[in-house]
Design a protein. Structure first.
Length: 102
């Protein structure tokens, strides 16, 4: 559960969402992912409960299933992904041949 919470937080941060605190991350995600944020809130809550030793298998399962839509939205290709890929390609092409490894 904690790993799923950490994974979603990391993925959101890599997508550019501010992640200085869990509350700020939830607030930022809720702007673009209002329909899917409830599942992540539940996942985060259950991860905190699990850290405290309160484990309910059914609630954990429901939290994981509820967070899946947000995960899908975050891993789906975004419009800015294409531009970022092109920029990285150009940077690779302009590096000296000695530095090119891929």
């Amino acid at each position: 559960m904690r790993e799923a919470d950490r994974l979603l937080g990391t993925l959101a941060a890599e997508r550019g969402y501010p992640a200085e605190s869990p509350e700020q991350l939830l607030e930022s995600l809720s702007v673009r992912h209002a329909q899917a944020i409830g599942g992540y809130r539940q996942l985060h809550t259950e991860a905190e409960r699990a850290r405290a030793g309160h484990v309910d298998t059914d609630r954990l399962r429901e939290a994981l299933l509820g967070a899946h839509p947000l995960f899908e939205e975050l891993v789906r290709a975004q419009p800015h992904d294409r531009a970022l890929r092109r920029r990285r390609q150009r940077q690779r092409l302009h590096r000296p041949a000695v530095l090119r490894s891929s």
